[in-house]
Write a protein that binds this ligand. Structure first.
Ligand code: GLU
Length: 296
């Protein structure tokens, strides 16, 4: 079971299409199902109408969810229930952003200031909880290692590279890390295929899976599309314009994404022809990568 889980902060563009296509081809290559989940848990950043726009883009590109599309904003009871089951692993934190930055402990790979653990053993008198955090293991027991099907062996020391991380934010929204783990488990996702910008989040998600006692999916992170300046494409730029009825335009967008992934798809000029070529091309690509790994 695979999935594509866009945040509705902007329509699909050349970069997010690569992640959508890779997850879709991987599910099809396994004869598996592919789900679409709208990750609108950060309601402050979600833009009204963008969910419908993304679903229309996917339909135009010939990618249809095998099950009903779900919206994270409608699943908050699941995140609350998961949080309630964490017992002693989570705690309330009274620190604000400034206090954490001032501790100068350093930065996590994703650029967030590392949390110094101030509230780990209880809130200081007079402080109240702003956010909820998950306690990570102490140094020495905190290493999470996993095999990424594209990136190879990935290892992270949670204590020094992430610190106790947020499960519920000070603005009241459940954090992405909790929502994504709960949803992948609840939906029976076995294969997560997504952009490499989320590689650094994966060890936190694996640790949370262990604490919650849910299965760990396999992971595959595809390279992120960058512009000529080496910047990740932003959701605000370069949205794919959907042209209903224009199958050639859809195939052209898909061919560009397939080319970025290094897939040999021949000269297909229909959606059916494209997928008929791209699914086996994806399997060949993964076999070639696995073979290259064995030979090094
Ligand atoms: N919602 C995330 C995004 O759009 C993707 C999350 C995931 O695939 O785990 O960047």
């Amino acid at each position: 079971m695979g999935r594509f889980a866009p945040s509705p902060t902007g329509a699909l563009h050349a970069g997010s299409l690569v992640a959508a296509l890779a997850s879709y081809l991987d599910a099809r290559a396994h004869g598996g199902q592919w789900l679409v989940r709208i990750e609108d848990i950060d309601e402050g950043r979600s833009v009204a109408g963008v969910d419908a726009e993304i679903l229309a883009q996917l339909a135009w590109l010939g990618m249809h969810s095998d099950r009903e599309v779900v919206w994270q904003s409608r699943r908050k009871h699941l995140y609350q229930a998961a949080y309630d089951s964490l017992a002693g692993h989570a705690y309330g934190c009274g620190c604000n952003r400034r206090e954490i930055a001032d501790s100068r402990l350093g930065f996590a790979p994703d650029g967030a200031a590392l949390y110094p653990g101030t509230c780990r053993h209880g809130l200081a008198p007079g402080r109240s909880a702003r956010s909820l955090r998950l306690r990570v293991p102490d140094p020495g027991r905190d290493v999470i290692t996993f095999e990424d099907r594209f990136a190879g062996t990935v290892s992270q020391k949670l204590a020094s590279e992430s610190g106790d991380f947020v499960l519920k934010r000070a603005d009241g929204y459940w954090a992405y890390q909790l929502a994504v783990v709960v949803d992948d488990a609840a939906q029976g996702v076995t294969d997560v295929v997504r952009g490499a910008d989320l590689l650094d989040s994966t060890p936190r998600q694996i640790y949370l899976q262990r604490v919650l006692g849910v299965p760990q999916p396999r992971y595959l992170h595809v390279p992120v599309v960058r512009n000529a300046l080496g910047e990740k494409l932003s959701k605000q730029t370069g949205a794919l314009a959907v042209r209903p009825g224009d199958e050639g335009g859809a195939v052209a967008a898909l061919r560009a994404a397939a080319g970025f992934l290094g897939l040999e798809v021949g000269a297909a000029d229909s959606l059916a022809g494209f997928y008929a070529a791209a699914v086996p091309a994806w399997s060949r690509l993964l076999e070639a990568r696995a073979g290259a790994d064995r030979n090094t």
